[in-house]
Design a protein around this ligand. Structure first.
Ligand code: AMP
Length: 355
C-alpha cells in the first residue's frame, strides 16, 4: 500500500480514534481543529489549529491530503464544499448538508429514502408553533433545526406548556416540532458504503441514555427479532443508497411496541454507539471509516464478542483504573486535559466471551 494521508476535520475523541485506526494501515493523519487542546492532536502527524471558517487554512489542509472525513456535522457547509475543490470529502458535502438540518434530513428520509420518522412540522414563527402543537395534540418535542446534540436545543411540550414562554426560551425561528414517540427502546445501526456501492452493516444495538447523553450501548441489541434486524438493515441500505454514501453512516432508531422502526436521526461519521466494535468486531467502525474514505476494500463487520459499552462521562473517568486489569474489559481513554460534567472522557467495553 502506497503511503497516504487522511485529513480529519475535528480533533475530538472520534477524530483521535480514527487517526489511531488509520495508523494501523500506515496512513498518516492531518487534523484540523481550532482548539489547541483537541485530544486527536496527540496522535496525528500534522495539526491545523485554525477556525473552520478559515478558507486559506482549509485550502492548505486539503491540498496536503488524499481524502478528508469529518468527525462532527457542525462544520460550515462553505468549508466542506471548499475541501471538495482540492481533495475527496467522504461523506460528501451534500450528505453533510442533509444531516446538518433536521428539517432537510426528515424531508429527505420521507421523500427520497422512503423511510419513516416521527411526524414533524416546520416552525418558523410563533403561529407555526401554535398550529403544529394543536395538530399533534399530545406530547411533542420542539427542536432547533441545527446545532443540537445530546438533547441540547430541545424542549418537551405537553398540554400544560406555555407556548409563548417556550418560544421565547428557545430563541430561534428555525425549529421543528415533532410528535413525542412512546418508543419501547432506542436502537442504532451503522452502515459503511464504498466508492463501488458495496455495503457492510454492523449488528443493530440498543442504546441507553442518561441526562440525554448516551450512557450504554448493548451489542447486539438483546432479544431483537430477526424481523426487526432485517428492517433496520433495509432502512440503513435505503438511506445509504439514496445519499450515494461513501463512508460511514450511523442511523438512530426508535423501536415501537408494535415492532415498527422510526428513524430519529442520521450521522455521517463514526458514532458513539459504534465504540463497541473496537473490541467486538473483526473490523471496527474507525478502521471502516478510514477504509471507505481512502478507497480501500471494506472490512468484515462480523461480531466476534458481545459487548456492553459504558461511556465514562465527566468524573466517571476516575473508575477507569479499576478496569485496566480486568480481563473482560477494554479501557479507552480520550486524553482530554480537563474533566467537565457531561464531557465524554472515555469508554469501557465490557466483553462477553461468547455470543
Ligand atoms: P436527538 O438529539 O434528536 O437525537 O434527541 C436526543 C434524545 O431525545 C433521543 O435519543 C431520544 O431519547 C429523545 N427524543 C428525541 N426526539 C424524540 C421524540 N420525537 N420522541 C421521543 N423522544 C425523543
Amino acid at each position: 500500500m502506497k503511503n497516504k494521508i487522511l485529513g480529519i476535520i475535528g480533533g475530538g475523541q472520534l477524530g483521535r480514534m480514527t487517526a489511531l485506526a488509520a495508523a494501523k494501515y500506515g496512513i498518516e493523519c492531518h487534523i484540523f481543529d481550532p482548539d489547541h487542546n483537541a485530544p486527536a492532536f496527540q496522535v496525528c502527524s500534522k495539526s491545523f489549529i485554525n477556525d473552520y471558517e478559515d478558507l486559506k487554512a482549509i485550502e492548505e489542509f486539503s491540498s496536503g491530503v488524499d481524502a478528508v472525513l469529518y468527525e462532527f456535522e457542525n462544520i460550515p457547509l462553505t468549508s466542506a464544499k471548499y475541501i471538495e475543490k482540492f481533495c475527496l470529502l467522504r461523506p460528501s458535502s451534500f450528505i453533510l448538508s442533509v444531516s446538518q438540518d433536521r428539517l432537510i434530513e426528515k424531508n429527505f428520509l420521507w421523500d427520497k429514502a422512503k423511510v419513516k420518522t416521527a411526524q414533524f412540522y416546520k416552525c418558523s414563527s410563533y403561529e407555526d408553533l401554535e398550529n403544529s402543537f394543536h395538530e399533534i395534540k399530545g406530547l411533542s418535542v420542539l427542536k432547533t433545526r441545527r446545532f443540537g446534540y445530546d438533547g441540547k436545543g430541545q424542549i418537551k411540550l405537553d398540554k400544560h406548556s406555555n407556548l409563548k414562554e417556550v418560544w421565547e426560551t428557545i430563541g430561534s425561528d428555525e425549529l421543528i416540532l415533532e410528535e413525542f414517540v412512546p418508543f419501547k427502546r432506542e436502537l442504532s445501526i451503522i452502515i459503511a458504503r464504498d466508492d463501488q456501492g458495496n455495503v457492510k452493516l454492523y449488528e443493530t444495538v440498543e442504546n441507553k441514555h442518561k441526562n440525554h447523553i448516551l450512557d450504554q450501548t448493548i451489542a447486539p441489541a438483546p432479544n431483537i427479532s430477526n424481523d426487526t434486524k432485517s428492517k433496520a438493515k433495509s432502512i440503513a441500505i435505503k438511506i445509504a443508497t439514496e445519499l450515494d454514501l461513501i463512508g460511514l453512516l450511523a442511523i438512530e432508531l426508535f423501536e415501537l411496541n408494535n415492532g415498527e422502526l422510526l428513524v430519529n436521526e442520521i450521522a455521517p461519521r463514526p458514532h458513539n454507539s459504534g465504540h463497541w466494535t473496537m473490541d467486538g468486531c473483526i473490523t471496527d467502525q474507525f478502521e471502516q471509516a478510514v477504509r471507505a474514505t481512502m478507497g480501500m476494500e471494506l472490512g468484515n463487520t462480523e461480531i466476534i464478542f458481545s459487548v456492553v459499552m459504558q461511556n465514562l462521562i465527566g468524573e466517571d473517568i476516575t473508575i477507569a483504573d479499576k478496569y485496566i486489569n480486568d480481563s473482560n474489559s477494554r479501557v479507552h481513554i480520550y486524553g482530554k486535559k480537563e474533566v467537565r460534567p457531561g464531557r465524554k472522557m472515555g469508554h469501557i467495553n465490557h466483553i462477553k466471551f461468547e455470543i
